[in-house]
Design a protein around this ligand. Sequence first.
Ligand SMILES: Nc1ncnc2c1ncn2[C@@H]1O[C@H](COP(=O)(O)OP(=O)(O)OP(=O)(O)O)[C@@H](O)[C@H]1O
Length: 588
Amino acid sequence: MSTSFRFLLRLAGKHRWKLLLSCTSSAISALCSLLPFIFVYQIAEILLHQPVDFTTVRKWIWMAMFTILLRFSLMGISTMLAHAAAFHVLYDLRARLIDKLGKLPLGFFSVQHSGKLKKIIAEDVERIESFIAHHLPDLTASIVAPLLTAAYLFTVDWRLTIAAMLPIPAAFAVQWMMSVRGKRSEDMKQMHDLSEKMNGAIVEFVHAMPVIKSFNQTVHSFARYHDSVENYADLWTQIARKKTPLYVLFLLLLESGLLFILPTGIWLFHQHAIPFSVLLLFLMLGVGLTAPLRQISTLSHMMQNNLESVRRIEAVLNEEEQSVTGLSMMQPLQHLDIDFRKVHFSYGHREVLKGIDMTAQHGKVTAFVGPSGAGKSTAAQLIARFFDPRQGEIRIGGMNIRSMAPEQLMNLVSFVFQDVPVISDTVSANLRMGRTDADAADLIQAAQAAQAHEFITGLPNGYDTLIGEGGVPLSGGERQRLAIARAILKNAPILILDEAFAFADAENESKIQDALSSLLEGKTVVVIAHRLSTIADADHIVVFDNGYIAGTGTHEELIQDCPLYSSMWKAHRDAGEWSLTGKEESHV
Ligand SMILES: Nc1ncnc2c1ncn2[C@@H]1O[C@H](COP(=O)(O)OP(=O)(O)OP(=O)(O)O)[C@@H](O)[C@H]1O
């Protein structure tokens, strides 16, 4: 807890003084909440003695009104300062998170559950706001108010103060039982874990909704979502069951001050040991002495929750960044061959690339083929450093990509995936991600080559149409053609097409390929395609099988020498001749 707290203070950085001032104002405001009672006590003292000095009574009334006003003004100042500090901390934290996410390997985002990241970036960061803006000043007031009250009451009558404070040790003992025996921080960790799972399952559930509906399934059929919601509810029920009896006891003890003050006070009054005004003072202040403890308990519970959020944010900020070894400068490259040298790669403990050795030559088209799950996409992703190999190395132009400046690598490589997300902006802005200085003519030229111009001009505002979340929805094929246009604009010397034509119909695919063929000249191209007819003309084909390379060569060479490739080619041709009606067709 303390390290997370220190982390939070570090985050506050130069805004710490605002937090300090906010807490100080809150403490003085707590003092001001006590003063009116003391003034009422003074008034009672005067009223009980003849002749009554109304001038002094008036003075105390004015003082009481002034302190009430001061109290609320200071509360306002404290809230304002705390919110200002929270705003700056949140701003810095978001900037640091964005900066950090930019430095993490791209693979981090595919391995992490989107729900987990969403929760950390949206919910956990928001929690820090309430912690700084509300909980910290409230906690200061809740600690200062009973301490000042107890200290003052002690100077008035120590016996009644002790009677008023009798329930406190018992209440603390119960509180201790709730937090330590109930392993509160463990509960919080479990609660956050389950909440992350639930967030992930909800995101997945929304994505899977068309499948659930079209197969006429109920919510219960989506077990992960259903289970995560139930587990979350179960945990809360368990926590409530475990804590409720103790919490009720805690509240009872806090409310029990009167049980001790009243008999002791009346007895002391009866013995003429205290005047009536003192009894009145204790009935006003002594009974409320324990009330802030209830707030401390609630706040400490919220703090546990918030500090768990801080821990999660800290974990992302401490994620290992993609390192650049050696010079990390822009290096002049003689050629752009991509060499895999004994590359091993694992997702967790599962090895999916087992010593890949191959070269994709500069100026040639190299195709990766193989059964589903053989490791083709993973191998392609390693070229753009989505992840780093566990063993072995990948070289571009003879240089280990780990020693290359990240900007140089990103400038060298263009990637077109099967499933292309678009950003919520105009079509032009999406295209310009490929080249920021592209003018309108460049955009149109690239879109025409990617067979995208026609559908773009058919959109409500053409190139200025908003797409993505909240904008005009695009089909998978349209998104893919946008991505191809973007890659054409970027004109990077290495192009990786991972199932880039999966959505294209036969006519569009051949048109895009024609447009690309002139563009591909002189580039290093890696193509992954399940439709073998797409890659049969490739200069070099690498056949992947369960993380190994089963064969390399041209289409003709592999048909002769690689049993896996020839059986895949046969299956592909058979599939081309297959038709729903049973009549023979040929699409190959
Ligand atoms: N982010 C990931 N986390 C864990 N395992 C993964 C991840 N991505 C892929 N895998 C696993 O690694 C193996 C290789 O996957 P990869 O996508 O590289 O295969 P592929 O040959 O491209 O398959 P396909 O042709 O179906 O796209 C698969 O078994 C897959 O389940």
